[in-house]
Structures are given as C-alpha cells and as structure tokens.
Design a protein around this ligand. Structure first.
Ligand code: GLU
Length: 421
C-alpha cells in the first residue's frame, strides 16, 4: 500500500474522528487495515469460443459488528486498493446506520459494457464459484454497486443456491423481486438521500425550490433527479460518462430518463426542451443550490473544489470528495452530507431485504419507505447535532458517530484475539 493510496486518504477521516474521542489505540489499529482481501483470476468462455481472464477481489474489511456487507463493482479501473477503501467506507456506513453488519466490498476489473449478456452471466457466476466459501448469509453478503444490478444479483443468487444445494436468498441483496428481492431496493440509495435532505433542509437553509446539479446518471443519479423534481426542485444540470447538459430553468427529467432507458447518453437530449451541452468537467461549477455527486470517487478535488457554487453537497457516490477538497469546501461554508450517511439508504434497504429473507415474510413498499425514512432521519439528526455541538463538518461528525459504535463493539469483544473477532 503506497503513501498515496486511496485507503490512506480515506484513513485521514478515521484519524480526524479519533482526535475527538478518547479511543483505545487498539481500536484504531484494528480499523486501519482490511481483515482479509482475496484476489482471484476469473476465467470465462467468450461467445467467440476464446477464453478470457479477469481480476476479481472480495474484501471483508471488518466484521466486529456483524457479517460483512457491501456491493460488487464491475469496472475496468477497479483495483485492490479501491476495493479495500470501499469496504472501509461500508464498515463506517453500516455503523452510522446502526445496522448489524461490518463492511465488505468486491469488484471485477472489467468493462461490462463490452460483454454480451451471456458473457456477463458467465462472469457473474464465475465470481460466485470463486468466492462461494467466503460469502454467506452470516458471513459476507454482497449486493449491487457500480455497473452491477438486480439481474446480476439474480444470477449470483442462483449460482450460490446450486453450489450449496438449496436456496439461500439472504446471501445476497438487491435481487429481483421474483427471487426474494425487496420492494423499494431499486431507488433506495437516492430515496435515503432524499429523506435526509428533506429532513435537514430547513436547518441548512435549502430553498423549497432548490436548483440541483447531478453528476452521474446511473441508478442513484436518475432516481434522485426524479425524486427531487417531483418534490418541486429544479434539476439544472446532469452528466454521465459521455457528457453533460444544462438548463437554468430546469431540465426535462422525463426526457432524460427516457434517453437512459433507451441506452442513450443524457447528451442525446441536447437541443430539446431547452437542454444545452455543457462540458462534463464543468458540472461541479454550475450555478446551483445543491450538488449531488452520484458517480465515482475523487470527482471533487483540490483542482475544482474552489469552483463549486452550491451551498450543499449530497454525496450519493462513495468517496466523491477528496480530503483536500473537504478543506476548501469547509472554508467556503459549503455543507457536505457525507457518503457514509447520504448514500446509506441502499445498504439499509439491503438490510431490510436480508431480514425479510430470513423471516420469509415480506413487507409492503410503504413499510419499507417508512422504516428507511425513520432511520435516515434518526441518524441524520444525530449527526447534525454532533456537528453543531462540536463545531465540526458533517463528515467528521458522521465518523465520530460511527467510530464510537465500532469502538464499543471492538472493546466488548475482548482484547485477546483480534482475528477471531
Ligand atoms: N453498493 C452500495 C453501497 O455502496 C450498497 C451496498 C449494499 O447494499 O450492501 O452502499
């Protein structure tokens, strides 16, 4: 692990939080490293008959508070460092929400857009064949992440059932409803962020009809645009991996969603309904009240944080703001709702799915929404209060909140043997 690794950057947040608590140094020692990261090479048969191999990982970062939980990402630039960092964030995210889970994450280094559906299915099944001994409903529970979805979770659940010889729906979340998925999981990440913003809007002075820019238009980005637009806000700019569009009077969200549904970029809506082309790297600098990074890590950095005009940032992506950018934003008085709180709606409804699978009793969508809302409001309010009392950014407050829960659990386990925690 180099000095400059993503994990080392993420650990800055752990140190910041620890400085505000009297924590046993053993706790920090335990949380500084991933407990286990397994790397494999998946070999699959391509449609043309050739064989191709892909690097894949599963990291179980820390399981003190329960089985490790976290998605599987399919991305051409995934690395072991990224997987461990994402698993570190999952550890804190689950603690922030008080879910009975530790943190994990997985990835395959692949561009899934270059695979046929059959190749994608073989790759997904190969992942489960490789990691069947690591995952399990009481051990490590995967879910979707960037470029993976419910269809992939369905194949993975099916592969796992074949390996263990019986249906085990609680081994993976984000499944299709027909295979034991939960209602309300599809938009849960965005919906959690939406409930959080609605609950704290008055406290942070957000206008009733706020102007919002959304970076990234995948699952989280599309749903947050839809939810906010339906609640009277104006989506003034959005971007995806191919480009961005802007309209000061508000973009036509239905038009954008339709383009995505047809497999087109948001850019293809330029020229319609007043949508104008915007350079994608200008999205963070758009004149708006709230900025929603919903793409990848490190999108708001030292080089562009100074250009942010929004007064509020809702981090639906994991790790979109670097520690250096945090300082610049704090200096400008920008409030950041941090990823480990803001995007925790996804893993929270994953938890509901796991609970329903284990009970064999399924809840209505309304029950899911109501439970999600109450947890987002409870933990969001607690973190807002810590931030106010200790005069610290929301991110530090979220880490303080999570770290005190993690420390309590680590200490309760005893001090003799960390590996068998
Ligand atoms: N991949 C999502 C996240 O980063 C969801 C994880 C889950 O549902 O386990 O929070």
């Amino acid at each position: 692990m180099t000095e400059d690794s993503l994990l080392n950057h993420a650990l800055v947040r752990l140190d910041e939080a620890a400085a505000h608590l009297s924590i046993d140094p053993d706790v920090i020692e335990k949380l500084k490293y991933a407990r286990e990261t397994t790397k494999v090479r998946l070999m699959i048969r391509m449609d043309d008959g050739s064989r191709k191999s892909f690097l894949a990982w599963r990291c179980r970062y820390d399981d003190t508070r329960g089985p490790t939980k976290g998605g599987i990402r399919f991305h051409p630039e995934s690395t072991a460092d990224e997987v461990e960092t994402l698993a570190f964030w999952m550890t804190f995210k689950c603690a922030v929400m008080n879910l009975p889970y530790g943190g994990g994450k997985g990835a395959v280094q692949v561009d899934p857009r270059k695979l046929s559906k059959a190749e994608l299915e073989r790759l997904s099944r190969a992942y489960i064949q490789a990691f069947a001994r690591i995952i399990g409903p009481d051990r490590d529970i995967p879910a979707p992440d960037v470029y993976t979805n419910s269809m992939i979770m369905g194949w993975m659940a099916d592969e796992y059932a074949q390996i263990v010889g019986q249906a085990e729906p609680a081994v993976i979340t984000g499944k299709p409803i027909a295979l034991g998925g939960s209602l309300g999981r599809g938009d849960a990440t965005a919906r959690g962020g939406f409930y959080l913003v609605r609950h704290l809007a008055e406290d942070c002075g957000l206008a009733e009809s706020a102007r919002v820019a959304v970076q990234g238009f995948g699952n989280a980005g599309q749903h947050i645009a839809d939810l906010l637009a339906s609640d009277g806000h104006r989506i003034v700019a959005v971007s995806d991996s191919e480009g961005a569009v802007v309209c000061a009077d508000g973009l036509d969200v239905a038009l954008l969603l339709e383009a995505k549904k047809q497999g087109r970029s948001v850019l293809s809506t330029a020229g319609q309904a007043g949508h104008q082309v915007l350079a994608a790297d200008q999205l963070v600098a758009v004149d708006c009240d709230m900025l929603v990074p919903a793409a990848l890590e490190n999108m708001i950095h030292e080089g562009n944080a100074g250009t942010v005009k929004a007064k509020l940032i809702l981090e639906l992506a994991n790790g979109p703001v670097t520690p250096e950018a945090d300082k610049i934003l704090a200096g400008k008085g920008v409030v950041v709702f941090p990823d480990i709180l803001a995007n925790a709606g996804g893993v929270t409804v994953s938890y509901f799915e796991w609970v329903q699978n284990r009970q064999g009793y399924y809840w209505t969508e309304e029950e899911i929404h109501q439970r999600l809302r109450s947890i987002m409001e409870r933990e969001g309010r607690a973190i807002w209060t810590i931030a106010g009392e200790k005069q610290m950014p929301m991110r530090t407050a979220a880490y303080v909140h999570a770290l005190s829960r993690l420390a309590e659990a680590i200490e309760a386990h005893g001090t003799q043997n960390f590996f068998m925690s």
